[in-house]
Every structure is written in structure tokens, then in C-alpha cells.
Design a protein around this ligand. Structure first.
Ligand code: ADP
Ligand code: MG
Length: 406
């Protein structure tokens, strides 16, 4: 039921490429997969890259994949060679994937010259060149020299203005890949031109890491649900004694300012009024109890939002049409402090399934928490983009996305 709110997309997609048979298409993907003992431990990113690569190959293009891997800082480093990922991508695609030992210069030219229509190749780690992170025009030219067209399919790298994520988009005809397109459509539906009322859930450990997110959201959403450790800072600012809880007391004034800004913008702030506390940070501790926020003892820590508050939040979501979520409601890694996150996630998932809510979530721990709750696939869209997703929630313009626009 996700609606794209724009009539024509503000960027070009694979649909706009025309006949690409025999053309060399550079495709920026995110192949920065976690590895252990030479094996890829999570192939989510490879699977996300699949639709674009296969479509371009099926349309007869010579598909040359650009990506970074690790942080080699402009030096060649065999432990960060993309040759280590070639086999795993081949397994995911079910097609042969060649490896070309450089992304620019003669090494790239020779390897790309022998590609046939439909062939797929990974070019070596773009970050082996110092010009990548500097967005050096000389490197952009050297990479572009061997190609006809450019596709950016790596939203997760779009918050960086690098040669392979930004520079190339100005040098060659540029298009958004299928993963990029899906991500941009979802983000547009969630905060670009969302159907109102809009709710945001912001949780996680600290206010200090999400000040820009909070400030951006209060001006945009109708309901701001604050959970996790950061709720403690807001409660403290409102004069609640949060005991031994994680709390950034020096940010009390900042929290006040955010609350005032929300007031002025007509954004309703939801802070927990009951909480789950314990004296130790451990699974199912003997001191576990649920209480009103005003009854937290000096030696207790707030580790989750309480069941009464969660039920009220679920009711609030029933009246909303759009939800954007970053950050867990409690210390979800340890039982039973996952309860609020799981319950609220299940409510959001059920409302999405019923068709009354567009739900978009992102953030490293948020994705883990939604997977733990078993509902990630029931959300409208779950972004695995990490830093780029957060910068988008902060309202920032992402250079890799901007370069694709008009
Ligand atoms: P994301 O990665 O999705 O952006 P964050 O990194 O901001 O999320 O926050 C996740 C972390 O916040 C988790 O490790 C979780 O344990 C922690 N957290 C949530 N609530 C609390 C709390 N009440 N006290 C301490 N830590 C908390
Ligand atoms: Mg995190």
C-alpha cells in the first residue's frame, strides 16, 4: 500500500536507460559485507544488489561493478580486495562474475575490453585509490574513460561525496538502480510527502547521537515517541528522578529546547509514564519490576518502556498513517528488556499489514530489533543503510542522491 507521492520521479531509473546492449555500465553497489575466516557472514547487501545487476545483464549491458571494501585509506591492501567477495556474489546471482584488478587505468581498461554483452565483473576496491574519498576529478575521469553509463545502487554510501558515489554521476549519464529507487521511494513516502498523521519513534541509547534527528523530526511529524535510554534525559529534564539510569544530565537544557520546539510545531511528544527497572544490567534480574516513572529508586535503572505506555503508544499508532522508526525502546539485547520494542513493532507490523500504516524503519540496532521481533518483513520498508539512513532522518541532503536529481 506504499504510495509514491510524486507523479514523476525526480531522478532517472533503469526504465529511462533505453537500449543498453553492448554498453559498459558502471554500477556502484554496496559490497561492504562482513567477513569471518574468508567467508561472507551476512549476504544481505549482495542480495540487495541482485535485481539491478541481473536486469542490466539481461538487457545485454557489460556490467562493471564499483564498490569499496573496508578502509584501505588509498593504499592497495590484499586483505581488502574485492576478489574476496567475487565468489559470494557469484553464488547469490547464480551467474559467473569476473574480477578486474583495478577500477581505473590500464588494469581496468584491459579487463573491461574483453567483456562480452551481458558479462558481469567486479572492479577492484575503489578505495585503493586516494582520489576516491577526495572525489578527485582525475580519478573520476579515469574510471569514466572505460564506460558509457553510470548507475548508483548504493544508498548506504550516498552520504559520502566520493568519486564512485558522487563524482561519476556528473561525468556520465546517471541513473538510480533498483535498490536505490526502492529506498528513495520509501523515504519519500515516510518523510518527504507522507500521508498524515505521521508518527516517529526515536529510541536508542543516547540523546547526544540523535540531536539532529530529534530537531528535524519535531518540525515534521505529528507524534514523536521517545523511548530507550534517551527518554531518561527527557524525563530528567522534566524533573523526574531517573535513579541510576543511563542519562545525559548535561543535555537537560537541550532536551527542554526540543520539547519547546515540539510545542511550537504542534508535535505531540510521548514519553513513557511507566517503565521497567532493575538494579543490575543482566537478563531476568531478581530486582526486576515495573513502576511509574515517578517511583524509580535511587539505585534502579530504567531499561525498558512499561506495558501501559506501550499499549497507549499502540493506540496512538492506530490513528497514524505513516511511521518512521529509529532506535529500540529499551535494552532489547537482554530479556525481558526487549518487551516494549517487540510489542510496539508487532503493533506497527499488524497495522501495516491491515493497510492503515506505511512503516519505514532503519538503523543498525533497529534492524536487529525488528528481526528479533520477527516482523521486519511486515514493515513497508526496512533500511539497512545505517549512516545514510540517519543522515536522511536528520534532514540532510545526501550528495550521492542529490547528484542523481535532475
Ligand atoms: P540504532 O543502531 O538503531 O540507530 P542506537 O545505536 O541508537 O540504535 O541504540 C541502540 C542501543 O540503545 C541498544 O544497544 C540498546 O541496548 C540501547 N538502549 C535502549 N534503551 C536503553 C536503556 N533504557 N538504557 C540503556 N541502553 C538502552
Ligand atoms: Mg546502533
Amino acid at each position: 500500500m506504499m504510495r509514491e507521492q510524486y507523479v514523476t520521479k525526480p531522478f532517472k531509473t533503469l526504465d529511462d536507460m533505453g537500449d543498453i546492449a553492448g554498453k559498459v555500465v558502471l554500477v556502484r553497489e554496496d559490497l561492504n559485507v562482513p567477513m569471518h575466516d574468508g567467508a561472507v557472514t551476512d549476504d544481505t547487501r549482495l542480495r540487495a544488489a541482485m535485481p539491478t545487476i541481473l536486469e542490466l545483464s539481461d538487457r545485454g549491458a557489460k556490467v562493471a561493478i564499483l564498490a569499496h571494501f573496508g578502509r584501505p585509506k588509498g593504499e592497495k591492501n590484499p586483505s581488502m580486495s574485492l576478489s574476496l567477495v567475487t565468489g559470494a556474489l557469484q553464488d547469490v546471482l547464480g551467474r559467473e562474475v569476473q574480477f578486474i584488478p583495478d577500477c581505473a587505468g590500464d588494469g581496468a581498461k584491459d579487463g573491461m575490453a574483453v567483456m562480452r554483452n551481458g558479462d558481469i565483473a567486479i572492479l577492484e576496491n575503489t578505495r585503493f585509490h586516494k582520489g576516491e574519498e577526495k572525489n578527485d576529478p582525475a580519478l573520476v575521469d579515469a574510471i569514466a574513460a572505460n564506460a558509457d553509463l553510470y548507475v548508483n545502487d548504493a544508498f548506504s554510501a550516498a552520504h559520502r561525496a566520493h568519486a564512485s558515489t558522487e563524482g561519476l554521476a556528473h561525468k556520465l549519464p546517471a541513473y538510480a538502480g533498483r535498490s536505490m529507487e526502492k529506498e528513495l521511494d520509501a523515504l519519500q513516502a515516510a518523510l518527504g510527502e507522507p500521508v498524515k498523521p505521521v508518527a516517529a519513534v526515536v529510541g536508542g541509547a543516547k540523546v547526544s547521537t540523535k540531536l539532529d534527528v530529534l530537531n528535524n523530526l519535531v518540525a515534521k511529524v505529528d507524534h514523536l515517541i521517545i523511548g530507550g535510554g534517551m527518554a531518561n534525559t527527557f524525563l530528567h529534564a522534566r524533573g523526574v528522578d531517573v535513579g541510576k539510569s543511563l542519562c545525559e544530565r548535561d543535555l537537560a537544557e537541550t532536551a527542554e529546547q526540543i520539547l519547546d520546539a515540539a510545542d511550537r510545531a504542534g508535535c505531540t511528544i510521548h514519553l513513557p509514564y511507566d517503565v521497567v527497572v532493575s538494579k543490575e544490567f543482566a537478563a531476568n534480574p531478581p530486582s526486576l519490576r515495573t513502576c511509574n516513572v515517578h517511583e524509580v529508586a535511587a539505585d534502579e535503572m530504567i531499561l525498558d518502556v512499561g506495558p501501559a505506555a506501550v499499549e497507549a503508544l499502540g493506540d496512538a499508532l492506530k490513528n497514524c498513517r505513516t511511521l518512521v522508526w529509529n532506535g529500540p525502546m529499551g535494552a532489547f539485547e537482554i530479556a525481558p528488556f526487549d518487551a516494549a520494542t517487540v510489542a510496539l513493532a508487532k503493533t506497527a507490523a499488524a497495522l501495516t499489514k491491515e493497510g492503515s500504516l506505511v512503516s519505514v524503519a532503519g538503523g543498525g540496532d533497529t534492524v536487529a530489533a525488528l528481526n528479533h521481533a520477527g516482523v521486519a518483513s511486515d514493515f513497508t520498508f526496512v533500511s539497512t543503510a545505517g549512516g545514510a539512513f540517519l543522515e536522511w532522518m536528520e534532514g540532510k541532503e545526501l550528495p550521492g542522491v542529490k547528484a542523481l536529481m535532475g
